[in-house]
Design a protein around this ligand. Structure first.
Ligand SMILES: Cc1cc2nc3c(=O)[nH]c(=O)nc-3n(C[C@H](O)[C@H](O)[C@H](O)COP(=O)(O)OP(=O)(O)OC[C@H]3O[C@@H](n4cnc5c(N)ncnc54)[C@H](O)[C@@H]3O)c2cc1C
Length: 294
């Protein structure tokens, strides 16, 4: 039946939990589109809205400003991302304190990446060594809720898939309660990873990170950087659509919706959307998944 398109949570069933990620706009660009998107998506009563921390800590001030503005302009809990790159513990701790003082009680704690071409991540001499170390430090500052990153297709720098799971366990043992995954394009990729996480004895809320692909060239660039496979069938779907943005967005929503529904059928109850500061695809996906907006 076509009414199945609008899924409804069965009476008494736990509702879905959704969250949305934004990035601070480049210097000189308006934050208005981001704020409009955040305000619309806030109506789904998300678990949180998060703001990324630019590579190498490059957007520190803007990330804090956007997070503060979101605290004031939405009714949603706000999460600030924080990385260890190029900063001492003292500097990182100061950002965390600023978050706390401004009502940001949730941190997405990350190691971050070294600047491109610099030959890989090297901890600051007085800095946190990795994300697990950062989580431990943050716990000493305030009782933050802490989320961390997880990699269904294994982090490109991990010595093995097993070592990557050991690292995820270290982050959870240090106090993280949620692990948000890198984006992926096949539901089985997430489901197999969820099994491996459980078999490794890691007790964490594992949340799939969903990237509604609107621009295949951009998605392939992101995917290459983080080791995510882009299946040939997905590339084929977008072939010839470069000059057809509306058709592209229909394909985007259809594909992402099919994946989210398969995950939901496999008992996934939380979804984190990489919005790229746009609301349409995430808004449509949430409606199709049965989220209530009010
Ligand atoms: C949901 C999400 C949000 C993100 N947000 C941002 C953001 O806002 N800003 C940003 O710059 N980047 C962001 N990233 C990217 C992230 O910073 C990179 O993927 C980075 O390379 C790893 O960060 P991490 O926190 O996973 O590192 P870690 O968990 O510290 O792990 C990094 C690598 O080192 C290995 N490792 C860690 N500790 C040890 C150890 N003791 N011994 C051996 N190996 C070890 C791990 O296995 C892994 O391969 C995000 C990623 C995700 C999935």
């Amino acid at each position: 039946m076509l009414s199945e398109f609008r899924e409804k949570a069965p009476v008494g069933a736990e509702e879905l939990s959704v969250s949305f990620e934004f990035f601070p706009p480049r210097e000189g660009l308006s934050a208005e589109p981001l704020m409009n998107a955040a305000q619309l998506l806030s109506q789904s009563h998300p678990a949180f809205l998060s703001v990324t921390y630019g590579a190498g800590g490059s957007t520190r001030e803007r990330t804090i400003e956007i997070a503060k503005e979101l605290v004031h302009k939405t009714n949603s809990p706000i999460a600030g991302h924080l990385t260890c790159v190029g900063a001492s513990r003292e500097e990182v701790d100061a950002v965390a304190r600023t978050y706390w003082e401004n009502g940001v009680r949730h941190i997405v704690a990350l190691r971050g990446d070294a600047p491109e071409g610099s030959g890989g991540f090297v901890p600051h001499p007085e800095g946190y060594r990795n994300a697990a170390d950062l989580v431990r430090g943050l716990k000493n500052i305030a009782p933050f809720e802490i989320s961390v990153a997880a990699y269904p297709e294994v982090h490109p720098e991990a010595v093995s898939a097993e070592a990557d799971l050991d690292n995820l366990k270290a982050k959870v043992d240090a106090g993280a309660t949620r692990a948000i995954t890198q984006f992926f394009f096949e539901p089985e990729t997430f489901l197999r990873f969820r099994d491996r996480v459980a078999a490794h004895g890691i007790n964490v809320d594992l949340v799939p990170g969903i990237l509604p692909v609107g621009n295949i060239a951009q998605a392939m660039k992101f995917a290459k950087a983080c080791g995510t496979k882009v299946p040939a069938w997905l590339q084929d779907l977008f072939e010839g659509l470069d000059d057809h943005p509306r058709a592209r967005s229909l394909v985007t929503t259809t594909v992402a919706s099919a994946m989210c529904k398969m995950l939901k059928k496999s008992d996934v109850k939380s979804f984190h959307f990489y919005t790229l500061n746009r609301s349409e695809a995430s808004f449509a996906l949430c409606r199709l998944l049965g989220c209530r907006f009010y």
